[in-house]
Ligand binder design. Structure first.
Ligand SMILES: Nc1nc2c(ncn2[C@@H]2O[C@H](COP(=O)(O)OP(=O)(O)O)[C@@H](O)[C@H]2O)c(=O)[nH]1
Ligand SMILES: [Mg+2]
Length: 468
């Protein structure tokens, strides 16, 4: 699968900016640089030492006299020679002025001179194919790019450092030893191992099973770190949903008004709540109405409720429950989600029947706030945090599953080992048991990329952006 062509891409976001980077990787990178770069000191890139930076110009035509060359842009060129580069190949990075025109022009010139446009994630894919990183680390690169909080960045960096890979490899190594033992016993003695040796072998399998089980049960933390959680704010019109959203955002993105039903659209924001990336959704209120725009909003707010991890039900302290509130309460209870009851407008006089609400949501926490005066918001945020981690908040050293692919493989490995142990208990012959151990080894190899299909690879890297 080793690539022998040279790829190129714009590695920075397209648009106007301070600096844009065009990146080349492959055996012809320096040759292409020679053709398009005129260094201020007149030297050629193919003679540059690795990890050196050079000032000069990208020019339209090569080998013409300096004064005749058509300058495309004034740039800084960096050379990183194989194997000491991101991809382990010869890499050239051109820092140019970031605008659509210079970036596109420089990209074109690289293409004309023999490079091929890189596919999404192809630089990282090459780093994997050339053995610099494994698949878990490649996925960690993506997690770093997408990290929205410091904690999620920390855990992705742990994976990039290879701590998770090390753990998986250790587990896999243990299984390989058990497997080798099993095979040897089958091959040489023609019969099963003596009770003692076979006992210790299955002890090992038990311990591996519990290690994998732990990774599976902590996978929710990894998922939350990576993807954050979806939180829907709902309640009758005028209870203060938008005010709450604003209080949390501490900025005025959603409209705050006292005319019921003005939040016609769904407003979505990602906020960092105590280290968790929370997608906050302010719904149009689940209320019966004939207004067509409002109706559409309501339909959509139900869809959001379906997908929510957490619901914040806002109620108004200063008025009695009405039919609308009751309808919403009944509906939400049916969604079987995590719910926090937010009693808003605590600065006003009480008219709300708390007892009745408790009857509906006996297991949910109640938080009293005044969105208008920013009172109780911190308590609410702590409540959200507690609910998300359920007392198992990951620390800075969190190592573990960060996506569904990894989780799926771990689950399968867990089941294989479980089958092996069961087969042992029902006294099946060793060669029947070892089949499961082998399957588990192969499965685990897929996590790090020891054994992985081209199709699986393509799927992983298709999530990346071009230029990474
Ligand atoms: N006194 C008081 N008024 C509030 C509070 N929160 C919101 N309001 C007011 O209630 C009205 C409706 O608020 P809004 O956030 O638009 O409610 P929504 O329809 O649920 O989004 C506005 O006039 C707000 O200023 C609060 O904590 N105390
Ligand atoms: Mg509103």
């Amino acid at each position: 699968m080793r690539a022998d062509d040279t790829i190129v891409a714009v590695s920075t976001p397209i648009g106007e900016g301070g600096i844009g980077i065009v990146r080349l990787s492959g055996q012809d990178s320096l040759k292409i640089a020679d053709a398009i770069f005129l260094a201020a000191d007149g030297k050629r890139p193919s003679g540059f030492k690795t990890y050196t930076v050079h000032y000069g110009h990208i020019v339209e035509k090569s080998k013409v006299k300096r004064q005749n060359a058509k300058v495309i842009d004034e740039v800084i060129l960096t050379v990183m020679r194989s194997p000491g580069s991101y991809t382990k190949e010869d890499v050239v990075e051109i820092n140019c002025h970031s605008g659509i025109a210079p970036l596109k022009k420089i990209l074109d010139i690289c293409l004309i001179n023999g490079a091929r446009l890189a596919e999404p994630g192809e630089f990282t894919k090459r780093a994997f194919l050339n053995g610099r990183i494994d698949i878990l680390q490649a996925e960690a690169v993506l997690d770093i790019i997408k990290a929205k909080t410091e904690l999620s960045l920390r855990s992705a960096l742990n994976n990039l450092e290879g701590f998770f890979s090390k753990k998986i490899n250790e587990i896999r190594e243990k299984l390989i030893q058990v497997y080798a033992h099993m095979e040897a016993s089958v091959d040489f003695s023609g019969e099963d191992l003596s009770g003692i040796r076979s006992g210790s072998m299955f002890k090992r399998l038990d311990s591996v099973k519990s290690e994998i089980g732990k990774l599976v049960s902590n996978s929710n933390q990894g998922r939350i770190l990576r993807q954050g959680i979806k939180t829907v704010i709902c309640g009758s019109p005028n209870v203060g949903k938008s005010s709450l959203m604003n209080a949390i955002l501490k900025e005025s993105r959603s409209i705050v008004t006292h005319i019921p039903g003005t939040t016609r659209d769904i407003i979505e924001e990602i906020v960092n709540i105590k280290g968790i990336a929370v997608t906050l959704v302010d719904t149009a209120g689940i209320t019966d109405t004939n207004h067509p725009v409002e109706k559409e909003g309501i339909k959509r707010s139900h869809a959001y409720l379906e997908n929510a991890d957490l619901i914040l039900l806002v109620l108004d302290w200063s008025r009695k429950l009405n039919k609308n509130d009751l309808d919403i309460m009944k509906r939400i209870r049916g969604h079987k989600k995590e719910i926090i009851i937010v009693i808003n407008k605590k600065d006003l006089k009480k008219r709300l029947d708390i007892k009745k609400i408790r009857g509906f949501f006996s297991k949910s926490p109640f938080v009293h706030i005044s969105a208008l005066n920013l009172k109780g918001i911190d308590i609410l945020e702590n409540e959200i945090k507690g609910m998300v981690w359920k007392g198992k908040a990951p620390g800075n050293s969190f190592i573990g599953v960060s996506n569904e692919r990894q989780l799926g493989i771990l689950r399968r490995s867990f089941l294989d080992i479980d089958e092996a142990i069961k087969a042992h208990k029902s006294r099946l012959p060793l060669d029947c048991i070892s089949v499961y151990v082998r399957a588990s080894i192969e499965n685990l190899g897929e996590i790090t990329g020891h054994t992985i299909t081209e199709k699986a690879l393509d799927k992983i890297f298709s999530e990346f952006c071009i230029g990474k």
